[in-house]
Ligand binder design. Structure first.
Ligand code: APR
Length: 235
């Protein structure tokens, strides 16, 4: 009985691009029109809470106009069918993986559909606008902020992610530029522990040379093809 490979999948903005959500560093990317320093740092939040809260209110509202694409659906199908260990680690803050049906999923950079209390640390589902000074249901403080990991803050679930990488036999990176750590270093960590590493991306990324294999193309084509091949092995 061959043991089934443990799989860790990292996703970035590129997997949501075909759903119409702009990536960060492409032409017309989200950061254009906004300097990162103006909307995604603790200093920006302290300096101009209205601007920061409004930036994420707009992105949260835009979720109503987008749908998961074939790549999200293929990963959800793999998650449901794979009898071995599997974890999807997303850098994305949209909810498209969940809406496609993914369950074994962690958001390392936070989520638009969640609010974080800066006073007590409670996180709670949140829909609609989140004006500065909104009250926390857990502690009552008027301290709710977007539940987004800002530059310079610690990503979420790193212990679980590092444990999964240490046990991975297969690490697949989908739609990320490899520009931001710690996610950009996951391929080296997985390879150090003996995983086979595969990149599925539209363009070569900053980390492409670190992968055993890179396939270039749109996620909506490459991911369903890759999942179909893997599930074929289960037959
Ligand atoms: N299919 C596959 N890959 C795509 C597609 C597509 N249709 N469209 C774009 N890509 C690729 C691009 O080639 C690029 O390598 O997706 C990647 C997007 O890179 P970024 O815009 O840098 O997004 P990401 O890698 O997720 O950024 C990482 O940086 O700004 C922070 O916190 C933010 O989580 C984000 C992190």
């Amino acid at each position: 009985m061959t043991t089934l490979p443990n799989i860790v999948i990292l996703t970035g903005a590129g997997i949501s691009a075909e759903s119409g959500i702009a990536t960060f560093r492409g032409p017309g990317g989200l950061w254009e029109g906004h300097r990162v320093e103006d909307v995604c740092t603790p200093e920006a939040l302290a300096r101009d809470p209205e601007l920061v809260h409004r930036f994420y209110d707009l992105r949260r509202a835009a979720l109503a106009d987008v749908e998961p694409n074939a790549a999200h659906r293929a990963l959800a199908k793999l998650d449901a069918a794979w009898p071995g260990e599997l974890l999807i680690v997303t850098q994305n803050v949209d909810d498209l993986h969940e809406r496609a049906g993914a369950r074994r999923l962690v958001h390392m950079h936070g989520e638009l559909v969640s609010a974080l209390c800066a006073a007590c640390g409670a996180r709670a589902r949140h829909a609609g606008a989140l004006p500065p000074g909104s009250a926390c249901a857990a502690c009552g403080a008027a301290a709710l902020r977007p539940d987004i990991v800002f530059f310079g803050e610690m990503p979420y679930r790193m212990e679980r992610i590092e444990a999964a990488l240490a046990a991975a036999d297969l690490f697949v990176s989908i739609g990320t530029s490899g520009a931001v750590y710690p996610a950009a270093g996951f391929v080296q960590l997985a390879a150090h522990y003996g995983a086979h590493t595969l990149e599925l991306n539209l363009d070569p990324s900053a980390g492409s040379a670190a992968f055993d294999e890179s396939r270039l193309g749109p996620a909506g084509v490459l991911v369903p093809e890759w999942v179909a091949g893997l599930l074929q092995e289960l037959q």
